[in-house]
Ligand binder design. Structure first.
Ligand code: PMP
Length: 464
């Protein structure tokens, strides 16, 4: 069982992990209390740690991105072949995979017109802000429309400007001051309605209130609105069907570009290729990353409608139109191997019917998770496709959250049963009280059952 790790020297690696590696988003003291898991291999949904323990991964790599599952030789082969032929040329020049991939993405998003590549979700979103801001200086009809609205509980990335547009206030802590021009709008989680209303009698106030905010800010100053179609890290928040059409109508009335952040929801995660395709909405821009190459390689894109691209032909400061362009660049936006990875990733999804499997297995997963509502600490179960959340509460009526220690204990108890579960927000800032399920889209019924059964036992271990 351990043969696959013997070459590494287990103690040496554990020491190196403790002494050299700065782990992302993990308390620095963690090594003092517990040996940390080191992952060495993966196949399908199963990962194996350095001690030879196997886990069923409900998180697609911790941050919902390994959509086609682990161990895909054909992606590695496609990347190797592309790198051997042509590894890189700057994004100011086309390469065979960048041309093919942009064409493929536009085939999948029929109302979009152009694709701009970069290499992380944060960057893809930042590009959309730069497009909105540059448009507000070069297009006389958009002059001064520099403000960007973002939603409470949504997250759009880690660098300072995209963090300025994070609705998760806890992530902003310690990093200010932030650039100005980012304005928060309410979230749309019915379970904890920000207006204290109840659907369907609420008149979808969360969406309608956006008009008041635009009027308060001044319509002449608001250029864009960014939203996750289904909020990921903010608590698996799924808007009601009426939400997006209302938002879209308000955006078009006030000339506000609607940007949909598909970094998590894209590429089959929610049972359609893109999350926004569940709703009656037609965004001006869509941003992609994570599942785009199932994180085998870092690749992202900002996909825009043709009218956005064409705005850059209207620069009055450049009447002879020789120098008009989006003044942005991204070195690794020209990496050819990552695009080969994405093309092969999309081919696999189509050939194996993984989006359909996400829908079918997602329905099954949601049904099984709803059985957990029989446990008094399960307050709400929500999901679309293979993207589900189970929000825990210590009292159903008041919806009081469990403690951090209790939540951590649940995840540990589930892990002890061989399943890696994630934890995320519940629309309550800073409290990770929603268990989430975002497994690879290749999941089987039997694997769904194992995840749910382990969760039930884990919850019962902690809460009785
Ligand atoms: N948008 C959303 C919805 C995300 O969840 C994330 C990351 N989890 C990002 C953007 C940022 O992506 P990245 O970490 O690749 O910069």
């Amino acid at each position: 069982r351990l043969s696959h790790v013997l070459d590494y020297g287990v103690d040496e690696m554990i020491g190196g992990d403790r002494n050299h590696l700065w782990h992302h988003i993990k308390p620095h003291a963690c090594f003092q209390t517990q040996e940390q898991m080191i992952i060495v291999s993966g196949k399908g949904l199963t990962v194996t740690d350095i001690r030879g323990r196997e886990y069923l991964d409900a998180t697609s790599g911790g941050v919902w991105c390994v959509n086609v599952g682990y161990g895909r030789d054909s992606i590695a082969d496609a990347v190797a072949a592309q790198m051997k032929q042509m590894a890189y040329f700057a994004g100011s020049v086309g390469t065979i995979p960048s041309i093919k991939l942009s064409g493929k993405l536009l085939e999948m998003m029929t109302t979009m017109g152009k694709v701009y590549f970069s290499n992380s979700g944060s960057e893809a979103n930042e590009k959309s802000y730069k497009i909105i801001r540059q448009a507000s200086t070069i297009d006389p009809s958009r002059r001064g429309k520099y403000k960007i609205l973002y939603r409470d509980r949504d997250y759009h990335g880690t660098t300072i400007a995209v963090l300025a547009s994070s609705g998760q206030a806890e992530r902003k802590k310690d990093f200010g001051p932030f650039p100005e021009g980012f304005v928060q709008i309410p979230h749309c989680l019915c379970y904890r309605c920000p207006f204290g209303r109840t659907y369907p009698d609420c008149d979808i106030q969360c969406a309608r209130s956006v008009e008041d905010i635009i009027l308060k800010e001044g319509p002449d100053s608001v250029g864009g609105l960014i939203v996750e179609p289904i909020t990921a890290g903010g608590g698996i928040i799924i808007p009601v069907d009426e939400y997006f059409p209302i938002l879209q109508e308000i955006c078009s009335r006030y000339g506000v570009f609607l940007v949909i952040d598909e970094v998590v929801a894209g590429f089959g995660r929610t049972g359609k290729f893109f999350g926004y395709q569940h709703f009656d909405v037609d965004p001006d821009m869509v941003t992609l990353a994570k599942g785009m190459a199932s994180a085998y390689e870092p690749v992202s894109a900002t996909v825009v409608k043709q009218h956005i691209y064409d705005l850059f032909l209207n620069d009055p400061a450049d009447p002879d139109r020789r120098m008009h362009f989006f003044r942005d660049i991204s070195t690794y936006g020209g990496c050819a191997g990552v695009m080969a990875a994405s093309l092969e990733n999309i081919r696999i999804m189509e050939a194996e019917g993984l989006v359909e499997n996400s829908r079918v297995m997602g329905d099954y997963l949601l049904g099984r998770l709803r059985e957990l509502l029989a446990l008094p600490v399960v307050g709400d179960v929500r999901g679309k496709g293979l993207f589900c959340g189970v929000e825990l509460v210590t009292d159903r009526q008041g919806k009081a959250p469990p403690s951090e220690a209790q939540m951590a204990a649940v995840v540990d108890a589930v892990k002890a049963r061989g399943v890696l579960l994630g934890r995320t927000n519940s629309s309550l800032p800073g409290l990770n009280t929603t268990l989430y399920y975002a497994p690879a889209l290749v999941i089987t019924r039997e694997e769904v059952d194992r995840m749910v059964d382990a969760t039930k036992k884990g919850i019962e271990t902690v809460f009785g």
